[in-house]
Ligand binder design. Structure first.
Ligand code: SAM
Length: 233
């Protein structure tokens, strides 16, 4: 299932942005170690052994994942609305992680864990079929055709995602880029998912909260698209 020879992959996004505020530095120093999912990074787990979830993220509730949580508003909203679930968030951008930590303090939610890096590291070590819901909100659009292979919706990400999602699991994708919708509709079904719902502006999921990136897209005149897939099997 996992392979210590798994190559290190290129990550093309940003990991650092504007200088952090003093409060954000405090959140990172005081809270991240406690919330970080142990056993995922190569430093913690050089052999890439399968993660023992009972130790890494104890609990009996369904396990959900948010890929690229940005400022964390959707992640904290979902954790607060669904106290019985356990939600893992992946995000390599340190300013976003600091924003999430501030929101966790304010909301007082405890059913969250963070992998502060590339989601592919998590896919390497997650047990088969452990996730029952996955959120991909406004993934990086990579608009140039020669960069489309960097998009999340290609087999390098989708086949590992399929391995770690349970039969019947829900996979939600929100994007403001029509060509991203095209690629999602082309690439996600062959990876083992069935399209259940395709919706447009004003038709988000009932429990949706608009994210920072969606707000920016709306200000700039781009329309949201909301796609829901179900894992086959
Ligand atoms: C356009 S932003 C959207 C952020 C947030 N979901 C929102 O809607 O506001 C895309 C995010 O995905 C993150 N990201 C990109 N590649 C990733 C990867 N391989 N693993 C985890 N996160 C990733 C980026 O760092 C960035 O914060």
């Amino acid at each position: 299932m996992t392979n210590p020879d798994t190559p290190r992959r290129n990550f093309y996004g940003r990991t650092h942005g504007k200088t952090l505020r003093a409060s954000q530095k405090t959140y990172l120093a005081e809270d991240l170690d406690r919330l970080r999912l142990c056993g995922v990074s190569r430093e913690d787990n050089p052999d890439r052994a399968p993660l023992d979830l009972a130790t890494a993220f104890p609990g009996t509730g369904p396990l959900w994942l948010e890929v690229g949580f940005g400022g964390g508003e959707h992640m904290v909203h979902m954790a607060a609305r669904n106290p019985g679930i356990r939600l893992i968030g992946c995000e390599p951008f340190v300013n976003g992680i600091a924003m999430l930590l501030g929101k966790i303090r304010a909301a007082g939610v405890t059913n969250l864990a963070i992998h502060p890096a590339d989601v592919r590291e998590l896919f390497d070590v997650l047990p088969d079929a452990c996730l029952s819901r996955v959120f991909l909100n406004y993934p990086d659009p990579w608009p140039k055709a020669r960069h489309h292979r960097r998009r999340f919706v290609n087999p390098d990400y989708l086949l590992p995602l399929a391995r770690v999602t349970a039969p019947g699991a829900e996979f939600r994708v929100a994007t403001d880029i029509p060509d991203y919708v095209r690629q999602t509709l082309e690439e996600v079904p062959p990876a083992g998912f069935t399209l259940e719902r395709q919706a447009g502006p004003g038709e988000a999921w009932d429990d949706w909260i608009s994210t920072r990136y969606e707000q920016k897209a709306l200000r700039e005149g781009r329309e949201p698209h909301y796609l829901t897939f179900r894992r086959n099997g």
